[in-house]
Design a protein around this ligand. Structure first.
Ligand SMILES: Nc1ncnc2c1ncn2[C@@H]1O[C@H](COP(=O)(O)OP(=O)(O)O)[C@@H](O)[C@H]1O
Ligand SMILES: [Mg+2]
Length: 253
């Protein structure tokens, strides 16, 4: 399998002195769904941003290896708030992300149609953002990211603001999309159950400066995850790992 994201000895620092995280080695394979958990402030969002090249590395390197193609972008991001433009219809919010990509107007129209279809909102193209529920807005945020046909989806707590039922539905929808498109996903959440439900692998970011202090391979079939004993056992393992990291950090102060 090809490695699509590769970081080596990576550190990011905002003040040029103390790193948020350091010595971070990470490899994500093509088509993998990797989730990243850690307490608030651990550096999860920062890691996504350095991978997306929105901020520079302080030390070490980030390599993103995807086939070069002007009709797509290697990476697309989805955030906790969909950040839709209120003065643009749903359709135009999705098209907006396609500016600067080398595709015809027909292809753009087709991408809006197919991504809205993927997120189950075909009937909503002409709506305004204020006419959507929170869950629908997040779906449009996902459609907008998928429209650029990225090889890699970076998702930063995309379901964090949603109620439990909507959240579960969107998790299943995302898994469906992932299976259908074969994209690689790096998904940040502070919700351990969400991480274990979605991921092939769960990475635990913790410590000061943070590092990836543990990694959990989730071997349970996804159809048998929600609520099963094996699932709850994995959730416990990750929760204990996170708690151990918090205890270790507080005993250093
Ligand atoms: N633009 C920034 N300037 C200075 N410090 C920042 C900036 N962004 C994040 N930080 C700091 O970096 C650390 C990690 O933040 P972040 O990556 O947002 O954590 P997480 O997403 O895990 O909650 C925090 O201590 C935060 O205050
Ligand atoms: Mg964050």
């Amino acid at each position: 399998m090809a490695t699509v994201i590769h970081t080596e000895n990576l550190a990011v620092s905002f003040d040029g002195v103390s790193p948020v995280f350091e010595k971070l080695d990470l490899a994500i394979e093509q088509g993998e769904f990797v989730t990243l958990v850690g307490v608030s402030g651990a550096g999860k969002s920062t890691l996504l941003r350095v991978i997306a090249d929105l901020i520079p590395a302080f030390r070490g390197s980030v390599r993103v290896d995807t086939p070069a193609n002007s009709s797509r972008r290697p990476i697309a991001m989805v955030f906790q708030a969909a950040n839709l433009m209120p003065w643009r219809r749903v359709r135009d919010n999705i098209t907006l992300g396609l500016e600067g990509i080398d595709v015809s107007d027909e292809e753009k129209t087709e991408r809006v149609r197919s991504t809205l279809d993927l997120v189950g909102l075909s009937a909503y193209a002409e709506r305004w953002p204020y006419q959507l529920s929170g869950g629908q807005r997040q779906r449009i945020g996902i459609a907008r990211a998928l429209a650029v046909n990225p090889d890699i989806l970076l998702m930063d707590e995309p379901f964090g603001a949603l109620d439990a039922i909507t959240r579960n539905a969107l998790q299943d929808e995302l898994l469906h999309i992932w299976k259908e498109t074969g994209k690689s996903v790096l998904f940040v959440t502070h919700d351990i159950e969400e991480a274990v439900y979605l991921g092939d692998r769960v990475l635990l970011l913790g410590g000061e400066p943070a590092q990836i202090i543990n990694e959990y391979h989730i071997g349970i079939d996804r159809a048998e995850r929600r609520g099963s004993e094996a699932f709850l056992h994995e959730v416990d393992k990750v929760r204990n790992g996170l708690q151990a990291a918090i205890d270790a950090a507080s005993s250093n102060h």
